[in-house]
Write a protein that binds this ligand. Sequence first.
Ligand code: LLP
Length: 427
Amino acid sequence: MFTIKDHLEIKNNHLMIGGADTTVLAEQFGTPLYVTNESRVIGNFSSYRKAFPDADINYAAKANGSFAILRMLAREGAGADVFSFGELYMALLAGIPRKKILFNGNSKTDFELQKAVEIGIKVSVDSLDELHTLSKIADSLGKTVEIAFRVNPDVSAKTHPKISTGLRTSKFGIPSEEVVDAYKEANGLPGILPAGIHCHIGSQILDTTPFTEATHKMMDLVEKITGLGINLKFVDMGSGLGIPYKKDEGQAPTPLDHAKAILPVFEERTKALGISPRLVLEPGRFIVADTTILLARVNTVKKAARNFVGVDAGFNLLVRPTMNDSYHHVVVANKANSKPEDTYTIVGPICETGDIFAKDRTLPHIEKGDLVALLDAGAYGFSMSSQYNGRPRCAEVLIKDGEADVIRSREDFVDLLNGQKLPARLM
Ligand code: LLP
């Protein structure tokens, strides 16, 4: 049986978020609508902080790059993991200090590397080829850039294959057995200062043992690199902590469990080596996923091979179920306490068979005009949205003490033309 999360509640049969009635929000701002609860973001960030009191928490901006969220986290003292110049630009603009940012990525452009060097951002280097490009750029600018190598530790994260990043076959990082030689090479290069080491084994991880395995493997490398006389100032273990999307599957690990999987090994090994690098973590999903719901209005109900409920949001707004078979819990927001009566498949309006949010869910009786809430939509939701099928993106609102502020306006139909031009012959 679904138990509602602590920052969501039901009042008068309506789903409430952060004290705001979702049916009122849908009337006021229209649908589809992303709704984020500010205090939940802050609360989730504090849980990480408490679990890792001595670590640097670099928020993974890709999970939700909305400016208001970056700003909130900047004020809480978060750093950032950025994967593009766009994310770097937004993070800096939001007030995240450059010293707290690591520029990640397996295929950065020369422009991105140059910007990192000019601004003074640490770079996670993904290949020897990139190392040499970066060295040339830094040297030509007369600057030195602090780097980490992204290690491929060959650890199975026991998660969906599409979001496993630390397997030997993954496109990310340098194979562990080549990493020590990479540091030797970096050590002598102009413009390069080896300052840290980095890995990230995957996402939506619900069993913490791979974190421990990865920490052991990373500390083995740290030992060898320290033996080269290189002083590593930070060890970045990435992130990947999962959240309980399915409400009836028992407990998901917490940041404290994440800490228990990493800290004992990290502390013991650094002590034995007599070194004191900073531990860095890069949580994205845990900070934002459960803070946000996506509200969608029911356009039509049809009994066919399945009981299809067509809503006004599609995978252009939340692609996770289509792309990674991800589960999102569904609540009929205007009948949140009503008795489940039938089995429904919630689908979007996109012209693709895979445009399905939820299959065969037992829900209260649904009819046209009802309001559906997709829970836990705050991570990799809006940030992966598109205008596919000629659909302007929806608005986002932020709730604080029951009051809503628009943090992103609904796109208009004219926005579909943004940046497009007609050659003279087509005028
Ligand atoms: N650090 C690096 C280098 C990453 O690539 C990622 C996520 C993170 C940190 C944050 O991981 P998290 O704490 O959020 O698990 N779109 C997929 C997830 C892709 C994850 C990409 N990298 C999804 O919707 O599940």
